[in-house]
Design a protein. Sequence first.
Length: 367
Amino acid sequence: MTDAAGASRTTPLHDVHVALDARMIDFAGWTMPVWYAGALDEHHAVRTTAGLFDLSHMAELFVTGPDAAAALDHALVVDATAMPVGRARYTMICTATGGIIDDLIAYRLSDTEFMVVANASNGEAVFAELTARSAGFDAAVDDRTDDYALIAIQGPQAEAITLQVADGALADLRYYRVAQLEILGQPALAARTGYTGEDGFELFVPAGVGPELWGALMAAGKADGLVPVGLAARDTLRLEAGMPLYGNELTIDTTPHDVGASRLIKDKACDWVGKAALAAGPGNDRLSLIGLQISGRRPARTGYPVSVDGDPVGEVTSGTLSPTLDTLIAIARVSGGHEPGATVQVDVRGTITDATVVELPFYKRSS
């Protein structure tokens, strides 16, 4: 998504990143930091202390009104009506044939208000679909992306650092919960969610407060080694944690059944978009996502073919050298059953390389 002149959009923290001499790139129509001091050091900081992320490019879409829950029941895979206030749910929005338009997090803020956070690359598409699917319901859909700065703090020291800046009640906020509170004297939302496999918070504050909150958190976390983290380390962190990325693991041509997300499909009495295609289950020819530990010295990258004894079974969707585990890892989308310990082959730039199937996630924090 770009502005009217075709230029990339900037987040409320753009000047902060420039002052930190971040390496900036265009990402999904936004100018975003890919790294600051270096992706490897940033990755290790999140695993050992804490890291700070600018996620303000994500889309914040609000669904409000007496029928807000019913509208989302119709629009999404989630059972929004059954969500208690203060809860968050990982969910998806699908086409009538079951293809994934985007993966989302839905937050219930009150009986009549939800916030749906979509990926930056799909924000416009999700907004359009939510608007169309809300027709006939007493509910309104608003895109408030520009109203917010979204800052995530992730890592073992994330809670201790955040509590120096925000309401102490955040210590009692459980995983996949959201609270409405004040941060730096301004109304804000705080969610115990993240995309790294570590503990932490995602903080939604008014756009103008973003730079002040960033500075306050960096100052509070200086003694603990808090560092700013860019997109490169965010990707290696989520891959180690086995978390899917839209455009890689998830696409419009895959269904929740194809990506190990059948658990998200709820048995709702209402008619919802994709119900007929998805309610029957994965079928005998289903795809699945598997973890791979790659032999050799070169990482498997997106699109590399996966085979078993010469027979094609799928392709790599994401791959890297794991900084935490110091081994080559990959996620692949494949057909058929492949149990942990099985051996498959990956074509790594013309070299057929053995890979061992392993359980996802590759990394799980100890507490």
